[in-house]
Write a new protein. Sequence first.
Length: 484
Amino acid sequence: MGWPEILAALEAKQAFSRRMGGDERLARHHAAGKLDARARAAALFDEGRFVEIGALAGNRSEDGPAPAPADGLIAAFGQVGGRPTLAGIEDFTVLGGSIGDAGSAKRFRLAQLARQERVPLVFMLEGAGHRLDNRHGTPAPNDLQALVELSGLVPMVCLVMGASAGHGALTAPLSDFVVMTRAASMFVAGPPLVKAALGETATKEELGGPAVHVVQSGVAHNLAEDDAAAIALARRWLGYVPVNRVAGDDQGPRRIEALLDLIPPDPRVPFDMRQVLALLADAGTLLEVQPDHGGAVVTALARLGGLAVAILANNPAVGAGAIDAAAAQKATRFLTRAEAFGLPVIFLADNPGVLPGTAAERAGALRHAADMFAAQHRLTVPKLHVTVRKAFGFGSSVMAMNPFDGQSLNLAFPAVTLGAMPADSGGRAAGLDDDERARIAADQAGGALNLADRMVFDDVIDPRDLRNALLDGLMLAANRLPKG
């Protein structure tokens, strides 16, 4: 053959790959309000431009299954926010997005390249897991093993945009940031297999919809309305990691007068910490992670002075901010990611301690709080602590109040109540009389100034100066932060 015939054959193979599942399946997919796999890739990458890897995989059928365009997985690289990024997008229109032998090799290739080139990796899931008719004649190394080895080296994002089962769904809990759309579900096995194995009848949503994995299990971090919103959220999250600086209009010092109105000095009166964080961060940069799970703590990414930071804050609006098992697990997961990607961590403490009671004990609150304590202690990134109003017992320790424990700054507001436990309930449990409880309560209420006298706190600050004090702390730690 001459060049015209050779190139025509190549074009035919490329065209077969580009057709995905064909016009009819694509039309059904679009009618469900979803983007197809290549449209999802275009939405992720800057200006819709990406370079495909392995587009011709799965096209041969001489001694195996029928050809499958791109083997049901679009693998690609391009730029996200001007930085190189890799992505793997399951194509539900091709054999239900199931994983074939070639697709398995492509998944491993993506993980290999992400580690080799130190670039983020994004997966978009909508598939049925491993294909039943796989031959495994030339098996690739297991991509899940490669994803485990990527953990902490490069940012990994997983977007679940439809039903995801089995092997594919395992990508989510191995990732650093997981988003589900309202149409999404993920599970070890789908409804038919659950019915056959256990006799249990359940819908996809009941098995693993957003109400299960965003709210209850915490496998997924955030919920997005649709494909476009999920991809936009992924692009935004990637803008914070690895730690970097960006230019902006609101990066200088400023007093936050509104904090005196938002934060009641009485520690028994609740307030929503989210409102404080929105004022504290550079305007428009606050991104809450896992807002619908473990509500006693708020975990968020933001920018302070243009620098990406991680914020861990108690939320007195939820159970007075008491640390339960879900909140502690959420915090630990968040802290390990902050450490992995070099993000300074800001702790805002306002809690009565670890949640007591039979339900909390059975849920393992004590064990999970201990994991949280270990995670904050092991941080090598800059950490800045502020006690806002109250911190009792182990509740202060898990929020990094421990003196001389690697903080760049350890601060407190003046109206702070501190102690081993609240004076009223603790005093009653100890059988103390009213006068003794009142004396202890008065001593606890003066805790910030008393402890500052012994250098437990580096300073006691006016709440309105919170942002400026944290900017100063980040300036002190500047030599430990990546440049640029």
